[in-house]
Design a protein around this ligand. Structure first.
Ligand code: PMT
Length: 221
């Protein structure tokens, strides 16, 4: 039986949104369904990798054969990713991690009061940036969800977070992005090579993306 391209390799994938609690009944989150990240984990399994899927709260069944770690908040996701970082060969950060969380968690349900209210937010740790700073031999693959100048902002994130690859999606594209079964992306390498992928099912796209990354990585693009 021929060896699969990721046999013997460890892949860590993050997926879904994070959920940041305000009080026992309220939270801040985003529209990530986890479909893109779960498809990336499925692709990693199919290519032969030992795959860990670190997932925010989603309504999907994990691909057969992955090690699933469920998390809720950005800080839990950071901790889980760091636990698996040293050994990883590839880290794929498909999760839509909250950039801000409520500054204080209220133990009791917040009472409704007269007039307007405001919520004080603080920054979360940028997981991918932290990984970029600590990178040794891992291939780091980020996603960028953009609504304007997608390629420019995507390349900026590739640089500033010290990534090897970034997968840029313009989330205003009606046939892709958050929640959809389909996505339209451009894969950009550290050397600046841009590979556009037309609209296709996230499952098919994930396999093509990962295959390209593994292949081109070996040819050191
Ligand atoms: O889940 P789906 O419904 O299938 O939708 C898929 C998707 C649109 C969520 C996915 O394709 C995608 O783009 N994921 C990344 C979303 C995102 O958070 O992008 P960003 O541009 O805000 O962040 C850039 C990168 O930094 C991402 O890899 C993100 O995981 C990472 N990041 C961001 C903030 C943070 N605190 N820590 C991080 O690691």
């Amino acid at each position: 039986k021929p060896q699969l391209p990721l046999t013997g390799k460890k892949v860590v994938v993050t997926a879904g949104p994070t959920l940041e609690r305000i009080d026992p009944v309220r939270y801040i989150s985003n529209f990530s369904s986890g479909k893109m990240g779960y498809a990336m984990a499925q692709a990693a399994i199919e290519l032969g990798a030992e795959t860990t899927l670190i997932s925010g709260p989603v309504a999907l069944d994990p691909p057969l054969g992955v090690k699933l770690i469920r998390v809720e908040s950005a800080s839990e996701m950071l901790e889980a990713v760091l636990d698996h970082y040293t050994d990883a060969d590839y880290v794929v950060k498909s999760a839509a991690v909250a950039d801000y969380r409520p500054k204080t968690f209220h133990d009791q349900k917040m009472k409704k009061k007269e007039g307007a209210a405001s919520l004080e937010l603080e920054r979360t740790t940028d997981i991918l940036k932290t990984l970029g700073e600590r990178k040794t031999t891992q291939q780091l693959i980020g996603f960028a969800a953009e609504t304007t100048d997608a390629l420019t902002y995507g390349k900026g994130k590739l640089e500033s977070k010290n990534l090897d690859w970034i997968i840029v999606n313009d989330v205003t594209n009606p046939s892709g992005g958050f929640g959809s079964d389909v996505n339209v992306v451009t894969l950009i390498s550290r050397a600046g090579v841009e590979i556009p992928f037309p609209a296709m099912e996230k499952k098919e796209l994930a396999k093509k993306l990962l295959t390209t990354i593994v292949q081109e990585g070996q040819d050191s693009l």
